[in-house]
Design a protein around this ligand. Structure first.
Ligand code: AP5
Length: 213
């Protein structure tokens, strides 16, 4: 199972990718989480990524592609993975396809979680994320059992710096101009599956599973 999960910021990619990867016993590979891990560790890549992420801009393709291609070579990704937030540009999608083709592999499905912009803004504005395992919560739609603590690992919940309204607007704009063209890229390959993301989390998860069955 090699899945590219597409969708605008706040559509629920992280929420659904975690479930999908767990149900298929494959790796969940989230480019944003990888960058945030680098930032927490204070690596050179983390410091570079921070300057782009804070503004809601994309980190340059070259470093992003290298980071993700290295990650999917790890043992837990051998039988498959759900890519969340990658690829995000045509250059990234083509680099991924080329790298997979060299191994005689290919992406199986590219589900697209569709949600309108009003709902996206509300979701990002109310999001809290675990600083340890990155599980996302929402103060109204998906609250943790105990305020401020992660249900999964007990870690502390915090708001992301790029969920400030100015950065959210930039991320939505960048999605429309640089990432939305990937919808047609995967549609042409016959791999796109559209999923209505404006439904409860469990319903979206069920529809997503059916879409790739
Ligand atoms: P990244 O971390 O990938 O962020 P994103 O794509 O903007 O997506 P989000 O994590 O904001 O949203 P999501 O779709 O995962 O939604 P979630 O499940 O959390 O990227 C951050 C930055 O890193 C980028 O801006 C860029 O700078 C850089 N970057 C990353 N990848 C890159 C790449 N490939 N190339 C270059 N740069 C890159 O859900 C959102 C909220 O909604 C949560 O509160 C959740 O609880 C709630 N929710 C989820 N589902 C539902 C539902 N069905 N109903 C109600 N609420 C729901």
């Amino acid at each position: 199972m090699r899945i590219v999960l597409l969708g605008p910021p706040g559509a629920g990619k992280g929420t659904q990718a975690k479930r999908l990867a767990a149900s298929g016993k494959v790796a969940h590979v989230a480019s944003g989480d990888l960058f945030r891990k680098h930032q927490a560790e204070g690596t050179e890549l983390g410091n570079l990524a921070k300057t782009y992420m804070e503004k809601g801009e994309l980190v340059p393709d070259q470093v992003t592609v290298q980071m993700v291609l290295e990650r999917i070579k790890e043992r837990d990704a051998e039988i498959g993975y759900v890519l969340d937030g990658f690829p995000r540009t045509m250059e990234q999608a083509e680099a991924l396809d080329r790298a997979l083709a060299e191994q005689g592999e290919a992406i199986d499905w590219a589900p697209l979680i569709e949600v309108d912009k009003t709902e996206l803004r509300a979701r990002l504005g109310g999001r809290w994320v675990c600083t340890d395992c990155q599980t996302p919560y929402h103060e109204h739609a998906a609250p943790p059992r105990q305020k401020g603590a992660c249900d999964v690992c007990g870690g502390t919940l915090a708001q992301r710096p790029d969920d400030r309204p100015e950065a959210v607007e930039k991320r939505l704009e960048v999605y429309d101009s640089q990432t939305a063209p990937l919808i047609y890229y995967y549609e042409r390959q016959g791999k796109l599956r559209r999923v209505n993301g404006a439904q409860p989390v469990d319903v979206v998860a069920g529809v997503l599973l059916l879409a790739i069955a």
